[in-house]
Design a protein around this ligand. Structure first.
Ligand SMILES: Cc1cc2nc3c(=O)[nH]c(=O)nc-3n(C[C@H](O)[C@H](O)[C@H](O)COP(=O)(O)O)c2cc1C
Length: 178
């Protein structure tokens, strides 16, 4: 049993959720091989042998991140670092790392109907939307068999932290995928 968890994360919250999902999978199947990879690490080779592919990212502008939303997020981060370091102005470098949308362009179709699941992190406000639905749709387009409802995990603010209890919920959700 080989599970691959792929995530995108600007501030680290989705990474924490991905790692908690990995722990849940390991608890449910101690013999399973579980790889928890960023979109940069998750090459076509790294996902090819998966029996279960779990993909997650942050919710930006009600859906999956885009080039624009990632630049905005990167700018916010740069301004925060500048504030913390006492600099007068933030100089945001363009974010060249790939987001989930670009990653999906390079994902080969699965020929064996591999199981898959989608998750996101999102704020808790009315009409917050979610990235997980778009992720699940893309997995289906690549012929993955999406076996769970897309799931959202709540952050208290744009940069986090995650709401208390969400990592436990992620662990349980991960275990439940098996
Ligand atoms: C540009 C931008 C747009 C966002 N838009 C939304 C949104 O529409 N709905 C929402 O629930 N959260 C929104 N958020 C908050 C993100 O969901 C939050 O930053 C993310 O879950 C944190 O995950 P990360 O630490 O893995 O990046 C937005 C954040 C950014 C930076």
């Amino acid at each position: 049993m080989h599970t691959v968890i792929v995530y995108e994360s600007m501030y680290g919250n989705t990474r924490q959720v991905a790692q908690a999902i990995a722990e849940g999978v390991r608890e449910a199947a101690p013999d399973a091989q579980v790889d928890c990879l960023t979109v940069s690490e998750a090459t076509a080779d790294a996902t090819r042998s998966a029996d279960l592919l779990v993909v997650g990212g942050p919710t930006h502008m009600h859906g999956m991140s885009s080039g624009l939303s990632r630049r905005l997020a990167h700018g916010t981060q740069a301004q925060k670092s500048a504030r913390e370091s006492g600099a007068l102005a933030a100089t945001a470098e363009p974010d060249e790392s790939p987001g989930l949308r670009a990653w999906f362009h390079g994902l080969p179709d699965t020929e064996s109907g591999t199981h898959a699941a989608a998750f996101d992190t999102r704020a808790d406000f009315r009409l917050s939307g979610g990235a997980a639905e778009g992720i699940a749709r893309r997995l289906s387009h690549h012929h993955y068999d999406v076996l769970a409802e897309p799931e959202g995990f709540i952050v208290e603010d744009t940069e986090g932290p995650l709401r208390a209890g969400e990592l436990d919920r992620a662990r349980t959700w991960g275990a439940g995928l098996l």
